[in-house]
Design a protein around this ligand. Structure first.
Ligand SMILES: C[S@@+](CC[C@H](N)C(=O)[O-])C[C@H]1O[C@@H](n2cnc3c(N)ncnc32)[C@H](O)[C@@H]1O
Length: 222
């Protein structure tokens, strides 16, 4: 695995991460976040699960043993480096996971293919137009009664969080593009966008105060 090798990314209006994928897990406490996410919505034996914007595949690799041989796990990401690292990780762990170079705009699976879809730290990379299209795609690939867990930047719930998180928000807004991607998260627009995409209910869950002082929010849509 060599991050320096030039791999061809898929075209998307989302912000593809350019940092070396190999150091991503360390700097974003990926293992901690993934374990926490699975406590919020645990996958069950035999389920079919998709991780959208799967990055280095950390979450997908934790899900696979939980769904067992009868279940199946897939992960999509438009970043070729991320998908290469994810495939390498799954190979090393001898896990069968269907990692594909693909974007939320056009999810390469049939209607009603999955019991659960997860997306962590991805939504704030998508302009509003892509969020709208992508959430519709997630609704399409979920089975009736299926659940979508989203973990991302939420509307700061008080001035303290807003102040403490402001350097991070400034970086996220300006590092990738000047689109409305991060702003729509901060303004708390995600629940309304999920409902527009066809989800009947959106539950906003307790925040993790360890992660950016509680800026990050879990939501489950179904
Ligand atoms: C901050 S990383 C999070 C990765 C992983 N979900 C995690 O929690 O560690 C955001 C990911 O979203 C991906 N991404 C950007 N635009 C996307 C799109 N249109 N569809 C799917 N994923 C996208 C990026 O390539 C990147 O891997």
């Amino acid at each position: 695995m060599n991050d320096k090798k030039v791999l061809k990314d898929l075209e998307t209006e989302g912000n593809i991460l350019r940092h070396p994928a190999k150091t991503f897990d360390f700097f974003t406490v990926s293992r901690y976040r993934s374990a926490k996410t699975l406590k919020v919505l645990p996958p069950q034996q035999g389920e079919r699960v998709l991780d959208v914007g799967c990055g280095t595949g950390e979450l997908a690799c934790l899900i696979k043993p939980l769904v067992g041989k009868q279940g199946a796990v897939a992960g999509i990401d438009p970043s070729a480096n991320m998908i290469a690292v994810a495939k390498h990780k799954a190979d090393k762990l001898k896990l069968t996971i269907d990692f594909r170079l693909a974007a939320i705009e056009k999810i390469p699976f049939q209607d009603a293919s999955f019991d659960k879809v997860y997306s962590t730290l991805m939504a704030h990379h998508l302009p509003v137009s892509v969020k709208k299209q992508g959430f519709r795609e997630i609704r399409r690939v979920l089975k009736p009664g299926g659940k979508f867990l989203i973990f991302d930047i939420g509307e700061p719930s008080n001035v303290f969080i807003k102040l403490m998180a402001s350097p991070f928000l400034f970086f996220e807004k300006h590092a990738y593009s000047n689109s409305d991607a991060v702003d729509s998260n901060i303004k708390g627009e995600i629940p309304a966008l999920l409902k527009q995409a066809g989800f009947a209910t959106v539950r906003r869950l307790k925040r993790d105060s360890l992660l950016l002082f509680g800026l990050m929010e879990y939501m489950i849509a179904d």
